[in-house]
Design a protein around this ligand. Structure first.
Ligand SMILES: Nc1ncnc2c1ncn2[C@@H]1O[C@H](COP(=O)(O)OP(=O)(O)O)[C@@H](O)[C@H]1O
Ligand SMILES: [Mg+2]
Length: 315
């Protein structure tokens, strides 16, 4: 039950939250390691937001334990928050102020120090990073949903957090915005920021994350490194203009043929390739077949899995 890349950053044990008769989060053991890009994936209502709100001390658990960067939450939330950037359940901002003014207010109330010039630079840099560098002075109430989302992200980035917690960060963004946020999160992560994001989009988690936790009706039903999820199936996908001769040569190891595409039972694609070429057979494409996150999720969550949305086209 170790975290992913480095030491533990977020650990929960038996974490449970009950609202009256609704158990929003049930007995969750979360392990986020330093350097992870952790995707908490689950359909709407599965408990993702409740879980991250507990991590931030915004909601008190009914039972169970939480540690963030080695400190127990909620007892030592105050020590942890300056190290965490968060955007949970939509960005909050003063509608009558500009985005820059909102960030300046937030910066002034935060742990950051420095001269007026330093503060202004910090705000400008945060706006720049999320693609709002050129934004005018219009009030936030005139922002599109995508711009609000970017502003929320800028607020989370203001104090170079070690841990970034983002709840559905690409909601309201168009495909280009989604790509930009993804690239930004990758770059921040390469610079050492651990990322924990909630998403109901399977494709988003599969594309971006190095570790995945799957929520289903309050339970964490899977938690694994993506490299393990995407394990080879023991089959190799081959495209060849000599399909019929490949079938003959491999004698029973071809499980499926669709025109020039074959699915071959074989552990090692390189070895199979060498064998085909040695037999005088041409290979257009060859690669090991891998399990997909979708497959794994479907096998886990059964009938409810159709509630996972696919990403928008081109995202
Ligand atoms: N403040 C609350 N009061 C009562 N029920 C809540 C509250 N917040 C969340 N819930 C319920 O808890 C469950 C999980 O919700 P949520 O954590 O928002 O899931 P997700 O973020 O995965 O969509 C849902 O059934 C939701 O209705
Ligand atoms: Mg939510």
């Amino acid at each position: 039950m170790s975290g992913g890349g480095g030491g533990p950053i977020v650990v929960t044990r038996g974490l449970t939250k009950q609202y009256g008769r609704v158990v929003a989060v049930r007995d969750v053991d979360l392990d986020v390691g330093a350097g992870d890009r952790y995707g908490l994936l689950g359909p709407n209502g599965s408990g993702k937001t409740t879980l991250v709100r507990m991590l931030l001390g915004l909601v008190f658990a009914t039972s169970g334990r939480i540690e963030v960067m080695g400190r127990p939450i909620p007892r030592r939330t105050g020590e942890v928050l300056p190290l965490v950037g968060a955007m949970v359940e939509g960005p909050g901002a003063y509608g009558h102020l500009s985005g820059r003014a909102n960030l300046a207010l937030l910066d002034a109330s935060g742990p950051g120090r420095g001269s007026r010039r330093t503060r202004r630079r910090r705000v400008d840099e945060a706006l720049e990073r999320v693609g709002l560098g050129g934004v005018d002075d219009r009030p936030v109430k005139a922002y599109s949903l995508g711009m609000r989302q970017r502003l929320g992200l800028a607020a989370a980035l203001l104090h170079a957090p070690r841990l970034l917690i983002l709840d559905e960060p690409t909601n309201g963004l168009d495909p280009r915005g989604i790509r930009e946020v993804r690239d930004l999160l990758r770059a921040l992560n390469e610079d050492g920021t651990t990322i924990l994001l909630c998403s109901h989009l399977l494709g988003e988690v599969e594309e971006l994350c190095t570790r995945v936790g799957v929520m289903d009706r309050g339970r964490l039903v899977l938690q694994r490194d993506m490299a393990d999820v995407r394990a080879p199936t023991g089959r190799v996908e081959v495209r060849t203009p000599d399909a019929a001769r490949v079938v003959a040569l491999l004698d029973g190891r071809v499980e499926h043929r669709d025109g020039d595409r074959l699915l071959v039972r074989a552990a090692d694609a390189a070895e199979l390739n060498a064998r085909l070429v040695a037999g005088g057979l041409r290979v257009t494409e060859i690669r090991p077949q891998r399990h997909t996150l979708e497959e794994v999720v479907l096998s886990l969550t059964g009938a409810s899995a159709d509630r996972f949305d696919r990403p928008a086209e081109g995202a």
